[in-house]
Design a protein around this ligand. Sequence first.
Ligand SMILES: *Cc1c(COP(=O)(O)O)cnc(C)c1O
Length: 622
Amino acid sequence: MKFEKDLKVPDSIPQVGIEQAIKLMETGKLYRYNFSTNFEEDSGRKIIDRELASEVAKLESEFSSYTGHKYAIAVNSCGSALFLSLKAAGIEFQDKVLTNAFTFTAVPSSIVHAGGIPLYVECNQQYLIDLEDLKSKIEANPDVKFFVLSHMRGHISDVDAIQEICNQAGIYLIEDCAHSLGSQWYDDKIEKHVPVGHHGQISCFSSQSYKLMNSGEGGFVATDDEKIAAYCILAAGSYEKLYKKHISRPFDEGLFESLKPEVPNFSLRMTNLTAAIIRPQIPTLSEKISQYQQNYNQLANILATVDNLSVPSPLERVKRVPDSIQFNLVNFTSKQAEEFLRQTGSRGVTMQIFGHMDNARYFKNWKYSFEDLPALEQTEQIVSFACDLRLPLSLNVEDINLIGYIIKDVIYKIVASENRIDYKEGLTDNFQDLDEVVSKYDKWVSFYDEEHHNNGWKILLNHFAYTLNSYLKADDKILDVGCGTGLLAKELSSYNLQNLHGTDISKESLKLAEKLNIYQSLSVGELGKKLDFADNTFDAWVSSGVFTRKQVPLNAFEELNRILKPNGLIMVAFRVEDDDYYYNKIKEYCNQNILEEVWKTRLGVLKSCNHDLVILRKIGNP
Ligand SMILES: *Cc1c(COP(=O)(O)O)cnc(C)c1O
């Protein structure tokens, strides 16, 4: 199965923004200072008629209200905002500036642009600043004065701890919030979440197409510091008395006039056209954010069942805005990682690995910023297997399921292709009696899951769960027949099927299933005998690896049909080598109009999962 939507697609511009942009073009007033009104202070009262302000001036005022900063200055990119921030903070030629080793090239570039020398800090397994490394870098470089902390991909480091470390060392903290607009940090003093971007003296934002707001290009400096604000307004390109056209500014003419001769004009202004298309996006942010969070949580839940993949967990105090997902491939070789990218890509799920020689987020590609390659072994190790996948707003629940399915399918296939072993201990021959079945399974328990992960059985379970999910609702009551250690249920619950009940003959297996905490109930049950459930109890029963090698008598189907609701579903896997022993019985039921086959596929990938997967609907009773 292939994913067909474009994952690179940016968010569209709200209609109001498009219309406002056209109006502006008709008047030709695209320059932010084309609007002639000055905003003055009259005996302590600010005289502001917002209607007369330019789009950019209005946007700055609205943006700063959103982020909770006193002042915002709109510029042409976040890279420019970072550059301006460093200049405003007083950087001098060849000053050292701490920053993340895991970030985007625009960040060290802005430091180089401002004349500084980046000093990279390692990230940890969760893609956050390694605080120990930060401390030792500061100790080794007592002359370092600045830290540009990048909330890369919206991963928020421990900003309280970082703020404390910076305060102690007299380091000026600037936050790169390009990818963290809308993110929140739990402030334990006021016991509330507050917007991220208030731990440093300056925060910088982006409205480049792949951020939460899209204007193609655009950025903001946000600060509570009057002098910084005045500097940035002037340096961004406000000359003579143009600063008076800003709504979001310190109303202190003396401050501007005294700074003016000292501040170069770097011409980094935002145009009215850009502001016009950003403004109507601000009221849409909270809805966008919850959509991003929903999609992300859904995908993270699907991926949580994969042993070879780890999704970084945010700090408890953080509410992220995840418009993309990152995860690490675990115990993969570089070759396997390449293969993973190739196979997912060819099925439409295009990803990148940060630590690629062509990736702008890999520090080794920032040669412009160092003479000798810095030793950053930890970051190197992490980014070499860190995958990055965009989750644009156009994705719906089904899209996320399909993406999750494809990622898991590829991983399971890669793992299985290197482990072409069949079962060590498991089931080889037909059974003599029930005792043999029970003792076999009880003994198998200790390496059952690992064996099934390695030999490709999970390819089947993933396909099984993904398909069944499209036929059922989240709260449909499902009986997992011969549930064993819960491998199938894990996959089912990853696709959000919640109302799961299990039954099995092996008590040892049930003990492990219990530990998963995903079943509503578990019980010992012998197939072919009476089961302890009332008639018409379940919306579906499912079973994999059970109806095989004649270990269950054929009459088990009758009892299972009894406890299934009318129109209820059966999804069951039959081993191809079993000479259709069970499948023939099912076909008999179909001929008698007791069951109806609704879907069937053959998974012939590997010997271990060479199975027919069948979905049937209950019509009547035998
Ligand atoms: C996009 C991005 C930038 C650069 O923003 P521009 O507006 O393109 O200059 C900087 N830092 C991070 C973390 C980003 O994601």
